[in-house]
Design a protein around this ligand. Structure first.
Ligand code: UDP
Length: 254
């Protein structure tokens, strides 16, 4: 679509500074679904798309998005029915591409130009992932959706988000969770009612205490490459913009 479309986003536009100039927003596949929907809930998709467009417009933050595929297929779904892991992971990467295309369509309906780049070539659908080209799109104000994870089996989209953040020079991975998980707790809050939410926590604490809310490979990669991680609830209205503006929410890992 054209790069200066008419905007339809109804959210209030108050300009302010972003916390980070360039970020990777990681959205779990399941965050696009709901209890009443099939794989993607139209209202959820539209809301997230509007918030991404709003963050671009009001904060000027450069946004790359990595979407998961867990609402459609995970590597483990196939191994449970006898598929080999690599094949099943390829199916998972195709699932992330389906979500990426849905998200692209919704974000462009919100008036924000986008590009999808895939880590597995699908020339009829999208551009291949080319690091310098992704950066150029970001500089031009486009939202870049990075599909098909890293293109390699045995990995997750959390790790893909961390890798891409390092490659494109993003300062943070914003890990959007769902199902009532709004950050990292001292223990599982569903099992331990006294568990407390960390406002900020070190990478090593997350690893040594096993505070699993994100893939450990992704966390160590972010630590090595000085990329901050914000774990926040992407299913709560307004949180995409709040997270990118640096409002106090979720847990910051650094
Ligand atoms: N996947 C992969 N390599 C990657 C990224 C993803 O093989 O670099 C596959 C893997 O099978 C995974 C699936 O894609 O289970 C969906 O991604 P993920 O589980 O990270 O999705 P999410 O949990 O975020 O929805």
């Amino acid at each position: 679509m054209a790069d200066s479309p008419s905007r339809t986003n109804p959210l209030t536009k108050v300009k302010r500074a972003p916390k980070w100039e360039r970020v990777v927003l990681k959205i779990s596949g399941e965050a696009l679904a709901s209890e009443t929907s099939d794989v993607v809930d139209a209202k959820v998709l539209e809301r997230i798309a509007l918030e991404v467009a709003d963050a671009r417009e009001t904060l000027g933050v450069e946004i790359a998005i990595v979407v998961g595929g867990g609402n459609i297929w995970r590597g483990t779904s196939g191994t449970h029915i006898g598929l080999d892991r690599a094949t099943s992971d390829h199916m998972g990467m195709l699932a992330t591409t389906m979500n990426s295309l849905a998200l692209q369509n919704a974000i462009e309906r919100a008036g924000q130009p986008t590009r999808v780049q895939t880590a597995i070539q699908m020339a009829e659908l999208a551009e291949p992932y080319i690091r310098r080209r992704a950066i150029r799109h970001l500089e031009k104000g486009r939202v870049v959706i990075l599909a098909a994870g890293m293109g390699s089996p045995y990995f997750t989209t959390d790790t893909a988000a961390a890798l891409r953040a390092a490659e494109i020079g993003a300062s943070a991975v914003l890990k959007g969770t769902h199902s009532g998980i709004d950050g990292i707790y001292s223990a599982d809050p569903k099992l331990e009612p006294n568990a407390t939410l960390y406002e900020e926590v070190g990478y090593m604490d997350v690893i040594s205490k096993g505070l699993a809310v994100m893939d450990m490979t992704a966390i160590t990669f972010c630590q090595d490459n000085h990329i901050e991680i914000l774990v926040f609830d992407v299913s709560a209205v307004g949180n995409v913009v709040r997270a990118m503006a640096g409002e106090r929410l979720g847990t910051l890992v650094r």
